[in-house]
Design a binder for this molecule. Sequence first.
Ligand SMILES: Cc1ncc(COP(=O)(O)O)c(C=O)c1O
Length: 437
Amino acid sequence: MALLAQRIGNLGTENAFKVGADIRRAVDRGVDVIRLNIGEPDVDSPEHVNRVGAEQILAGNAHYTDAQGIPALRDAVARHVSSTRGIEVDPGRVVVTPGAKPSIGYTMQTYVDPGDEVVYPSPGFPIYESWVTFVGATPRPLHLPEERGFAFTADDLAAIVTDRTKVIVVNSPSNPTGGVLSADDLHDIAGVIRERCRPDVRVLSDEIYEHVLFDGARHRSIVAEEGMAERTILMSGHSKGFAMTGWRLGWVVLPTAEEAAVFTQLNINTVSCVPPFVQEAGRAAYEDPASVATTAEMVRAFEERRDRVVPALNAIDGVVCQSPKGAFYVFPNVEGMCERLGIVEAWAALADEVRSRTSPSAMLQMFLLYRHGVATMDRTSFGVIGAEDQHFLRLSIATSLERLLQGVDRIAAAAEDRDGFRAFLREERLWEVSGSS
Ligand SMILES: Cc1ncc(COP(=O)(O)O)c(C=O)c1O
């Protein structure tokens, strides 16, 4: 009998949490590291929210509470969703979760049996693929076209759905690409789901970046399209829009109260409930008008950085970078850089055992970190299946403009450092730097 259950081998991870070990090692070696790997706003949670959380703790509101979420926060979420998506939401369909992330696993556990197919974006948030393989479903990555700003079309979806499709994951604005689905795309995608999918298919709409849109755009959700409210699991939360990553506060709106009861039962089985003082602070984030200004100021800073960083990246020989429409990442194509530096060739020449644990973009990621002091995330950190020939990096723009531009300067210097890469390859034990493993 083996120590670990078989299924645990199918669980993936989120490298953004794992790369910290490499960063620490680089720092211990004396490298000044510019951290463009981090997926969280570079501001603290707003003062008007912090104050409520602190006051609630001091008032003793720190006991177990409603496993579905306190009624006052579920009411606030229902009002927020109704006013921003134009649909009726009963608070009985809302479940509060510790961060938005649990709803991904809850969805797979609730709806998906082994052999069912799950469609999810690739590149995409890695936890989708992780849970799909963990529950024994058949992964159907929907590859996002770079030339369309990483927005897929109804035709792309129509080509991948079958009568085994059970869940379709949509993430707009997207991590890691910053792609945003247009109103027309959402309309047509909903049409494909209505006409081509089984009636019990569920759409998991991950809208965690709903507040972070550029160029004056307004957030649009698939849930507002005809026939979608009864099929859509709408998840979002406080981490990104209110800079509350460490509070662990998210929510989900289910198509029916019965399905909300299942998610509540999953809460009971894992976390019991979300701390009540956290939920009260989350309610203040929606109800205090001061949030409008704090969120707008943060988004304005991201947009300004995007406008500086995208042209600077495109000026590097071998780098092509689309301009993101939302979220706070840029996702440059670095294929030319990997080729110029001899990385693709070096990867192909690695011993099988080492090659299978890394990729050209992961090798570039490690070279940039250890030799040029810039921490990024590689392509395979955002879905591995079918990504072998794609060479991208994700850079977070949630960093001061000064550090960000300094980081891009370092990437430009690395792009000319062919000898440095050869030495890196000779001197490092590549299977020990974590890369995509
Ligand atoms: C697309 C996407 N979904 C969900 C999450 C999880 O958010 P939370 O930190 O609220 O669990 C993230 C966090 O990076 C994300 O990028």
